[in-house]
Write a protein that binds this ligand. Sequence first.
Ligand code: FES
Length: 222
Amino acid sequence: MRLVTLTINDIEVKAERGTKVLWAALDNGIYIPHLCAIREANPPHAGCRLCLVEIEGRPQLVTACSEPIVDRMKVKTETPRVRRVRHTAFQLILSNHPIICSECFRNGTCQLQELAVYFRVKLKQRRFQILPRNYPVDDTHPLFIYNPNLCILCGKCVWMCHERGDGTLNFAFRGMETIVSTFGGIPLKDANCVGCGWCVATCPVGALVPRTTKIVSLERMA
Ligand code: FES
């Protein structure tokens, strides 16, 4: 194992060469917000943009979850520019997520709630127009329920499903139409799901929840 030395917010840290900036920071007690990162994922999804940081000598912000460390790298995680862009990225995620916490299985453990505290923003934000979604809830699986209206497209379930399950879940469509779905959108009970449960375990919000959970009514999400 070859260790390299870098500085994060002027603090000297050591980490294994090739480690992504995010994990080097977290392993050394320096918090960088993140939502879609999975340590083993290679390449990382890098979709939420909450982990943006500045690196000396680089004009653009980079995602810490996808940027490998190199010797003598200088990383800044809390500059005004970083905070401003991350803040906007978080509000964009919120604009696509119905805020129905009191009815949600993840209330109290939802990562959006934790991040809202970190960013000091209200979950019900007004900066961006809320985009209503009205996808059918899939409650056909014997073990869990999937509500695509609550999905934030972090991709963690897709990665888990492919690495540890049977590859049942995938991204479908593009742009604003993107959703996580089975192939052809068939009900989960008819897909080749092995019921490993990793998708439910990794979902940071209430999109994939155990079967025992009540189904959130779509009317409440409008
Ligand atoms: S955690 Fe890096 S982009 Fe989501």
